[in-house]
Design a protein around this ligand. Structure first.
Ligand code: C2E
Ligand code: CA
Ligand code: CA
Ligand code: CA
Length: 275
């Protein structure tokens, strides 16, 4: 705290004050956007390198603010997490992704990102079950992406909830692997279906021997534990070649497709695989 000109104490500088106000205003707009269903989903393909086929698409939330335009998902998701809106946002995303996926080719799965906070309250499994019933999506076609941060709070409760989801036939992905507080012990407690190697390793794959060693080790771990390994953020053909050489079987990134609308991804899925 510091004294301002009138001898009062302020806890924030004027700049911090203004940015806190802007955040609160954005939060109010986000609340409205969620209520009105004005959050869109973009879908990004995950491609099997052996066949060139799209095996799955990841749903990514999009919010275009009426004044400020597109807001980065990292920003509005964290805003939703801070304000408790994450439950409404998470439900909206899940419901829409499941509904959209019923219109995609039947052999394609849809991956939905979950915030660790959606595990709090213990009602996630019931919510997912209800949304699957409501939309008619086969549970085997749903994949849920969780991050390492998930496991920090209540380890037992989290693995219990993950097991309940998995018992329904839903696949569980460990997202952004390698950048959080990972513990290899988690793999002993829970068998993730897929591990997603974070983009930061892919970014440096051409120049960093340690990035290549880490990716190779994760591929080996995945093979040994029966987990699929996906590399994300693949932008260049040279990165793809190195990843394939390291044994990565599934890739995601701008090289294949940016995240696109549900209609556009349906059109992509209808095309034959590239030779
Ligand atoms: P994420 O789950 O790691 O998603 C992958 C991000 O990488 C997406 O960013 C995607 O557009 C971007 N990306 C994919 N391929 C490439 C590439 O080749 N190059 C580059 N530069 N970027 C690539 P996006 O859509 O901005 O989302 C950012 C993050 O926001 C996501 O990271 C996820 O953590 C979060 N997020 C997005 N949608 C949701 C959601 O519905 N729920 C939750 N809880 N989080 C979400
Ligand atoms: Ca993800
Ligand atoms: Ca990721
Ligand atoms: Ca990420």
């Amino acid at each position: 705290a510091k004294a301002d000109g009138r001898g009062q104490f302020r806890f924030f500088s004027p700049e911090q004050d203004a940015s806190a106000r802007a955040r609160r205003a954005l939060e109010a707009d986000l609340r409205l956007a969620i209520e009105r269903g004005e959050i869109a989903l973009a879908y990004q393909p995950i491609v099997a390198t052996a066949t060139g086929q799209i095996t799955s698409v990841e749903a990514l939330a999009r919010w275009s603010h009426p004044v400020h335009g597109p807001i980065p998902p990292d920003l509005f998701v964290s805003l939703a997490e801070e304000s408790g809106l994450i439950h409404a946002l998470g439900a909206l995303v899940l419901r829409r992704a499941c509904a959209d996926a019923t219109n995609f080719a039947v052999d394609v799965r849809v991956a939905v990102n979950l915030s660790p906070l959606q595990f709090q309250g213990g009602a996630l499994c019931e919510q997912v079950r209800a949304i699957l019933a409501e939309t008619g999506l086969d549970p085997h076609r749903l994949q849920l992406e969780v991050t390492e941060g998930l496991v920090i709070r209540d380890v037992e409760a989290t693995f219990h909830e993950l097991n309940r989801l998995r018992a329904q036939g839903i696949h569980i992905h460990l997202d952004d692997f390698g950048v959080g507080y990972s513990s290899l012990g988690y793999f002993q407690r829970f068998r993730f279906d897929t591990v997603k190697i974070d983009k930061s390793f892919v970014d440096t794959i051409a120049t960093s021997a340690s990035a290549r060693a880490i990716i190779g080790a994760v591929v080996g771990l995945g093979g040994a534990l029966g987990m699929k390994v996906v590399a994300e953020g693949v932008e260049e053909a040279a990165q793809m070649e190195l990843l394939v050489a390291l044994g990565c079987t599934h890739l995601q990134g701008y090289l294949f497709s940016r995240p696109v609308s549900a209609e556009a991804v349906r059109a992509l899925l209808a095309q034959p695989a590239a030779p």
